[in-house]
Design a protein around this ligand. Structure first.
Ligand code: FES
Length: 104
């Protein structure tokens, strides 16, 4: 399965993601710039903030309560389809998902 990250400069990076792997871990494993994952996925840093491409937002699941609060304090400005990528797990539904990495 795959995901694509669009960097702030417009460059696209597509990488393999294992089923069940969260998209923060996948980004860190593939050295995607600006996706840090400082807290290791425990919902306490917001350094895994991404903006889900609108074409995929309906399939990426709902924003959780803690995730919602953390998105409000993310360094880059929150957008309508912002998510914490540690809270999105790869599955057949989102194979090929496109994520925009916001400029902090
Ligand atoms: S990695 Fe810290 S909130 Fe996602």
């Amino acid at each position: 399965m795959q995901a694509t990250w669009i960097l702030p400069d417009g460059k696209a990076v597509t990488a393999d993601v294992k089923p069940g792997q969260n998209l923060m871990e996948a980004a860190v494993a593939h050295n995607i710039p600006l996706v840090v994952g400082e807290c290791g996925g425990s919902l306490s840093c917001a350094t895994c903030h991404v903006v889900v491409d609108p074409a995929w937002s309906g399939r990426a699941g709902e924003v959780g309560t803690f995730e919602d609060a953390m998105l409000d304090v993310a360094e880059a400005e929150r957008q309508a389809t912002s998510r914490l990528s540690c809270q999105i797990r790869m599955s057949a539904d989102i194979d090929g998902i496109v994520l925009h990495v916001p400029q902090p």
